[in-house]
Every structure is written in C-alpha cells, then in structure tokens.
Design a protein around this ligand. Structure first.
Ligand code: ADP
Ligand code: MG
Length: 343
C-alpha cells in the first residue's frame, strides 16, 4: 500500500505533541527542565516532589524571583523566553535555559499549573491542560514559583507505554537531580518520592556536595579525595577526584560539566584518564567530577535538545590542559600515599 499521499499541515495540537516529544522523553526530562528554570530564577532552595515515578505528579518549588502575572499566559508559549532576545545573546549565555521550549513542551503533554509570586507580590496561578490554556487565577506560593505537572503523557499512550516501572522512573529523576545539584552547591536541594524525603543536600561547597552525592558509594572516602584547579586564559578547570589509591573498573564516575551543564563528551573523559595514565592499574578508572568554566563565546550548546552536547571552540587546548592538570596535581599525592603505606 502506498504510504505517502498529498501533503497536509498538521493540526497544531498534533504538531505541538510531536515537538514536545523531542524535549520531554520521560519524567526526569521534566525534572531537568524545571530545575534549570529554578536555577535561572536565582533560587537558593529547590524542592522536587514526585508521585508514581513522576507519571502522576512532578512538583517543583523554588524561592526564586517568580514570574510576573502578565507573563503567566506567555511562559507556556513556544519560543517564549525572558533569557534571550537576540541571536547575539546566544553567544553570551549565562542561563541554563534559552530556547523557551520547556514549559511549552511540558504543557503539551500534561496538565501543568504554574503558580508564582513575582518578587514577593500577590501570587497568581495558571493551568494549561494538555495544550489548552485556562484563565489565570489569584493564589499560589508567597515567594517563588511552584510548578505542578500532572498526568504526563496521559493522552499520548504510545509514549506512556514506553515508561518503565515507577521505581525506575523515580531513580532516573533522582539521578537527574543529583547530577544537576553537583554544579550548584550553593543551592539547597530536596527530593521527595511519594511523600518521603529521599535526598537532602544542604548548602555547601563543591567538594562537599560531591562527597554528599556519593555518600552511598562507600568506595570514595574523604581522605582519598582531592581537588584540582587550573586557570588558563579563557577557561578555568576545577575537579574533585580520587587519589590513585581509589579506582573503579568503569568510567561511570568520570563526569564533565561545561558552564554548569553536565555534558557527554568522550574526548574530555579520556583527557582525565590520560592524565592519570600509569598512576592507576590497567583497566581501572578514577572518580573525577570535572567542572570547566569557559567564556560563553567559546561554547555552543544549541545542538542537542537536552543540551548534553557542546561545541567548544578551544577544545584541543582544554583537552591538553586537563591532561596536564590531572597528571601534575594527582602525581603530587603519590609520595604521600607511599608514606602512608610504609607506616
Ligand atoms: P527558557 O528557560 O528556555 O526561557 P522555559 O519554557 O523553560 O524556557 O520557560 C519560559 C519562561 O518562563 C522563562 O524564560 C522564565 O521567564 C519563566 N520561568 C519558567 N520557570 C520559572 C521559574 N521557576 N521562576 C521564574 N521564571 C520562570
Ligand atoms: Mg527553561
């Protein structure tokens, strides 16, 4: 049978759901986007609550600057953002968001209620039910913003059927939150799963946040953890990593962040392993949480909807500097480790 025919323009609701599917794959995608928004709003405390793996409810509360009542109907529209106004802004990004697509996409595939107090003024709230906007009404939190996402993918059964067990979806939400929280130790984070508090990270510094996040991983202990730093021209490197006495048989704890975004970049992971070189036994890998801060002009995140990829203009230079930093600074710990072994 012929599968193509005449061209028709898609119904806007269908088009919106297709677009939404690219940004929102599962409950943890919602958690990722809403945490980004809270961070951009300058929140110092963020609470995420999920029910039934996030499929029944994902609720995020922050104490950030809030949304102006007049902006509520706009924030769920496509390409509606307060963060970017010109193409040039894309090259000077200091925010996590910039596409203005997250709330629009979430609102296309769930019932979303956004309740917000703009700089402490009387709160207003608005609901968008699977793409259909309701009128804003008074009421909401006395500071910051609360976003409730109910019944994700309820009307997209094909997508809903792809979801895993609630416990697996909850684990993915937790992983996203922990991953994000490492970049923002000055923000307090909480995660409640079905009303029970599962994660609580108080405000701290980067090293302590990494240790808090890995607290369940008994293989990494404070005394075997070190900080590395390097400043070079247009980028800074900072890493929390293990001394050569601690290692694993996989790369799962080598994580790279660029301008506070976790990214997937094999070459940069490899730079860390090159740096350790023969200080580790063959086939073993360190723990290393590497934070790269680069001039926004040199980084382009506008490649992947989830922003997990970045194009770095000076990547070769950064790669080289990571290898050097790890090699020289980790090596310095070796005499101390030998001393400990002889004691
Ligand atoms: P983006 O983050 O790319 O701008 P979003 O769809 O995630 O796009 O959000 C749209 C707009 O809604 C943001 O630009 C911001 O102005 C506003 N907004 C969303 N969430 C919050 C929040 N938690 N606090 C304050 N403003 C918010
Ligand atoms: Mg956003």
């Amino acid at each position: 049978m012929e599968k193509t025919g005449r061209i028709k323009r898609l119904d806007p609701i269908v088009a919106q759901r297709i677009a939404a599917g690219e940004v929102i794959e599962r409950p943890s995608s919602v958690v990722r986007e809403l945490i980004d928004n809270a961070v951009d709003a300058g929140a110092t405390t963020i609470t995420v609550a999920i029910e039934n793996g996030g499929l029944d409810l994902i609720s995020i509360m922050d104490n950030g600057s809030g949304i102006a009542p007049d902006d509520l109907p706009l924030c769920c529209e496509s390409h509606a953002t307060s963060k970017v106004a010109s193409v040039d802004d894309l090259y000077h990004l200091s925010t996590m968001g910039f596409r203005g697509e997250a709330l629009y996409s979430i609102a296309a595939c769930s019932r979303v209620t956004i309740a917000s107090s703009w700089h402490g003024q009387s709160p207003w709230s608005m609901t968008v039910d699977n793409g259909r906007k309701e009128e804003p009404v008074p009421g909401g939190p006395s500071t910051g913003t609360k976003v409730d996402v109910e019944g994700l993918f309820k009307f997209i059964p094909a997508r809903r059927n792809f979801m895993k067990r609630a416990s697996a979806e909850a684990a993915s939400c937790r992983a996203v939150m922990v991953e994000k929280s490492l970049a923002f130790p000055s923000i307090e984070f909480r995660l409640l799963v079905d009303d029970s508090l599962r994660v609580h990270f108080p405000v701290t510094n980067r090293k302590e946040r990494v240790l808090d996040a890995l607290a369940t991983d008994k293989n990494l202990v404070r005394s075997e953890t070190m900080e590395l730093t390097d400043h070079a021209g247009r980028f800074d490197l900072y890493a929390v990593c293990s001394t050569p006495s601690t290692f694993r048989s996989d790369r799962s704890h080598i994580k790279v962040y660029v301008n506070n975004r976790p990214i997937e970049d094999y070459a940069l992971v490899q730079a860390v392993t090159y740096g350790y070189g023969e200080m580790l036994p063959g086939g073993s890998f360190p723990y290393c949480y590497l934070f790269i801060s680069v001039d926004p002009e040199l980084a382009d995140f506008n490649i992947h909807p989830a922003k997990r990829e970045v194009k770095l203009r000076n990547k070769a230079e950064i790669h080289h500097q990571i290898v050097e930093m790890v090699r020289t600074q980790v090596r310095r710990t070796i005499p101390r480790l030998r001393g400990m072994m002889q004691e």
